[in-house]
Design a protein around this ligand. Structure first.
Ligand code: NAD
Ligand code: TYD
Length: 328
């Protein structure tokens, strides 16, 4: 298959591209703006063409889509905390960017997969969200992602575009930018920096190993029904404090590193996805959380060359703004 992968230099996108080129022999063009989260290094072991540009730029999108059979869109601003302090880029990329991609897919008659998130459903105290659950997003991140999903659905409904939506739960694994809970806690623990737990730390997330999610998107791309939404959730849920305690154990550190800090405004209490529909296409999660987390800690321990430039660059300033303290 010839694929245009937007946002393919980021965390999940680069894992997806690695699996598709190595295991499926796909030919891939990546279109990526290389924001702070997009990194050339994530693709350097792979035989792909990288075009640097925004999905909101019709010329860049037209060039990148030349010869493609399908578009898979990962491109997004992805950090809830940044969406609270600086929402503008979220609206541009998820709104205008998704629109420009949909227009290109429509012009060329391409299959289109939108990578979305469980956060569009909002928070759930008990049970799990199905694809029929109403959208009830809480943050500028999830609201703009929900807006993008609705636009994708409208292109199916109105123009008959071969469009599908894949909603994942919280991903973790190699190449994740350390602003997110798991890599942040791993790198802080390795440096003996404090581990900032928001609020009471009892918020629950449904964790999926990134390669499982990437394979789920591949399943939807190959076998999904146009017009349908597919939830792709992980096999395990855990409160944040349990996750942090496991990281402390795997890094051989002490619980005294934990520091309770001011909660995130509008913080969703729990996410949980029912994934029966995508399982019906033959997908299942392969990596349980305990195993995947240990693998992830090992990856960060062994790949200092990947994270050292991040931890000494833009991320330091971001960390000070967000947490009101410097990294050690
Ligand atoms: P990420 O922040 O690591 O990567 C995002 C990528 O998009 C980066 O390479 C960035 O440079 C690129 N990008 C941003 N704006 C762009 C633009 N305007 N044009 C072109 N490229 C642009 O994010 P991720 O965690 O890999 O998430 C990928 C997708 O998966 C997102 O759509 C996200 O909403 C979704 N998702 C993420 C998670 C998660 O836990 N991380 C869970 C479910 C769904
Ligand atoms: P995050 O990785 O930002 O993902 P999301 O908000 O999209 O689920 O956060 C995961 C959980 O961890 C969430 O409940 C917020 C919490 N969290 C902390 O307690 N401390 C932190 O420093 C971060 C980044 C997150």
């Amino acid at each position: 298959m010839k694929l245009l992968v937007c946002g393919g230099a980021g965390f999940i996108g680069s894992n997806f591209v690695r699996i598709r080129t190595r295991d499926h022999g796909d030919e891939v063009v990546v279109l990526d703006k290389l924001t702070y989260a997009g990194r050339r290094e994530n693709l350097e072991d792979l035989d792909v063409r990288l075009i640097v540009g925004g999905i909101e730029d019709p010329d860049a999108v037209a060039e990148a889509a030349e010869g493609a059979g399908a578009i898979v869109n990962f491109a997004a601003e992805t950090h809830v905390d940044r969406s609270i302090s600086e929402p503008e880029a979220f609206i541009t990329t998820h709104g205008m960017g998704t629109y420009v991609l949909l227009e290109e897919a429509r012009r060329r008659g391409l299959r289109y997969v939108q990578v979305s998130t469980d956060e569009v459903y909002g928070s759930i105290e008990e049970g799990s969200f199905t694809e029929q659950s109403p959208l009830n997003p809480s943050s500028p991140y999830s609201a703009s992602k929900a807006g993008a999903d609705l636009l994708v659905a409208s292109y199916r409904h109105t123009y008959g575009l071969e469009a599908l939506i894949c909603r994942g739960s919280n991903n973790y694994g190699p190449y994740q930018y350390p602003e997110k809970l798991i890599p942040l806690m791993v790198l802080n623990a390795l440096h003996d920096d404090k581990l900032p737990v928001y609020g009471d730390g009892r918020q629950v997330r449904n964790w999926i190993y990134v390669e499982d999610f990437a394979r789920g998107i591949g399943t939807v791309l190959e076998r999904g029904e146009p017009g349908e939404v597919y939830n792709v959730g992980g096999p395990d849920e855990a409160p944040n404090l349990d996750v942090v305690r496991k990281i402390i154990e795997y890094t051989g550190k002490d619980e005294s590193l934990i520091e309770y800090v001011t909660d995130r405004p509008g913080h969703d209490r729990r996410y949980s996805l029912a994934s029966d529909k995508v399982c019906g296409l033959g997908w299942e999660a392969q990596v349980r959380f305990a195993e995947g987390l240990e693998r992830t800690v090992d990856w960060y321990r062994e790949n200092t060359a990947w994270w050292e430039p991040i931890r000494s660059g833009e991320y330091r300033a971001y960390y000070e703004r967000q947490y009101g303290r410097a990294l050690g």
